[in-house]
Design a protein around this ligand. Structure first.
Ligand SMILES: O=P(O)(O)O[C@H]1O[C@H](CO)[C@@H](O)[C@H]1O
Ligand SMILES: O=c1cc[nH]c(=O)[nH]1
Length: 251
């Protein structure tokens, strides 16, 4: 009998070896529109999963919502079903010199969030899979997209460490930002560190490609048509990357 995942609800025959990990389930539905021969896996708790083909290569895309705990549940279940390569795609918050609209490839990620620690992380940098990084670099260069490669940092407490809603949090967010600049961090998100650390623990390959959509100082945000355009470029670059990995190559 085919193995079935507990939360994402799919069985091993429904998923590909190569996976896109996506936060927003709406984004998975928009991605479905540019894939061929799409199969929709039964959705559970908003965890939307599809499999389809890009340039003849089978890929799966799974939505996890937000944050390391649920992102690693999705990764862990898919790895248990046999998936071996995971690429997180999404948005991120820019620190100087990153400019809004640029694409960021993670060479490594740092984080002391709960999921990172649960999978054996210590807060030090955890590297992305080198073959995935190289293939991402080729894909963004071919697409003529403005991009950088470097260190990501991930946090659980969006409204505590990354973005202040109240005056009292402003100083804390500013202190965190100052430390990140000292540590050479280019962008922040909520999942890359946990995903890289869980991938290392489970013996699978992971990478992260994010668009810088929020300015960490001014809180200015890209949205509307500009975001739609960036999202489409993100999809195509990520799909070209997964399709461009050689089958037998460890990522
Ligand atoms: O655009 P996504 O992939 O959701 O990424 C970012 O946006 C969400 C909120 O900040 C977090 O999940 C963060 O990592
Ligand atoms: O502000 C932002 C934007 C995207 N992703 C984040 O984690 N933070």
């Amino acid at each position: 009998m085919a193995k079935r995942a507990w939360y994402i609800g799919c069985d091993e025959n429904e998923i590909a070896d190569r996976v896109l990990l996506i936060g927003d389930p709406g984004r998975v539905s928009r991605l479905a529109a540019i894939l061929d021969d799409v199969h929709w896996v039964k959705e559970n708790r908003g965890l939307r999963t599809i499999s389809g083909y890009h340039k003849g290569v089978r890929v799966t895309a799974s939505a996890f919502g937000m944050g390391g705990p649920i992102a690693t549940i999705v990764l862990h279940e898919l790895a248990d079903l046999g998936a071996a390569t995971f690429l997180r795609i999404g948005t991120s918050m820019a620190l100087p010199p990153v400019k809004l609209g640029e694409f960021l490839i993670a060479s490594e990620a740092i984080g002391t969030d709960g999921a990172t620690l649960a999978y054996g992380g210590s807060g030090g940098p955890v590297a992305a899979a080198p073959r995935l990084v190289e293939t991402l670099e080729r894909a963004v260069t071919a697409a003529d997209i403005p991009w950088r490669k470097g260190r990501f940092a991930s946090f659980d407490g969006f409204y505590r460490d990354m973005f202040s809603l109240e005056a009292e949090t402003r100083q804390r967010v500013a202190d965190v930002r100052r430390n990140l600049l000292r540590e050479g961090v280019l962008v922040t998100d909520m999942e890359s560190s946990a995903i890289f650390t869980a991938a290392r623990a489970l013996g699978v390959a992971a990478g992260s490609l994010c668009v810088a959509t929020v300015d960490s100082e001014t809180q200015a945000k890209i949205d509307g048509e500009e975001m739609d355009l960036l999202e489409r470029r993100l999809f195509l670059t990520a799909l070209d990357t997964l399709a461009g990995l050689q089958p037998a190559e460890p990522a």
